[in-house]
Design a protein around this ligand. Structure first.
Ligand code: HEM
Length: 82
């Protein structure tokens, strides 16, 4: 994918959330598998992944790379296409 290609939630964003992310965050009140919920909470989600707060280091998961954060930001800036 080049930098100018359109992004889609299903193809480009949803796969960045693991099953563990989705399961744990459903308990915390956000469904990361749902495009509308991710869109609603996009600023907060970006904040947590870009600072490394989420996924929590204690979960054993790998923090998001700068490239993943940039992809998320670009998807948000494009009005969160499905
Ligand atoms: C609006 C943004 C978010 C908020 C307010 C939030 C809040 C929380 C809270 C309160 C917990 C439970 C306490 C804790 O384990 O620290 C939690 C757990 C967790 N969150 Fe988030 N979270 C957010 C986004 C995310 C995102 C985007 C991911 C993944 C990319 C994620 C992955 C996880 C995981 C894997 C756990 C379970 C950790 C464990 O039990 O070891 N969260 N989150």
């Amino acid at each position: 994918m080049t930098n100018g290609d359109p992004l889609s939630f299903a193809r480009d964003i949803r796969p960045m959330f693991t099953d563990m992310d989705v399961a744990h965050m459903k308990i915390a009140g956000i469904d990361l598998s749902d495009r509308n919920e991710v869109m609603t909470h996009a600023d907060a989600i970006y904040q947590t992944v870009s600072t490394g707060a989420m996924p929590p280091p204690s979960s054993g998961e790998t923090p998001w790379t700068a490239q993943m954060c940039e992809r998320f930001k670009r998807w948000q800036a494009a009005d969160c296409p499905e």
